[in-house]
Write a protein that binds this ligand. Sequence first.
Ligand code: ZN
Length: 134
Amino acid sequence: MIKKIEHIGIAVKDIHSSLKMFDQLLDSRSYKNEEVPSEGVKTHFYQLGETKIELLEAINENSPIRKFLSKYGQRMHHLALHVDDIHKELGRLKTLGFETIGDVKKGADKKLICFLHPKTTNGVLIELCQEEVE
Ligand code: ZN
């Protein structure tokens, strides 16, 4: 079951100026950052009530974020939906014709994640995420 918008991911070119701008915009501070080497990104999180904003910076040349930035520039990158059972939800969505990008994997913030291909979601990259069970 899809529970809520877990976070909104935003691709940024210069993390220092972006953190400064979001600090001012949200009147808040990023409460944590985390590198996800497998994805070639460093993430920075802001808490906003029940949801979060995730800034994504590329940490290497092969980073999908680097490719995204060179193609589209800085902008919203993905919408993350919190699900209680990612495998069950993917089964439901695949039956309906939604396509994924790769399989379920470990993401930032102790989450299991999987992306839905934007060609099947009106151009919006959707991330499903579930709390990782220890
Ligand atoms: Zn995300």
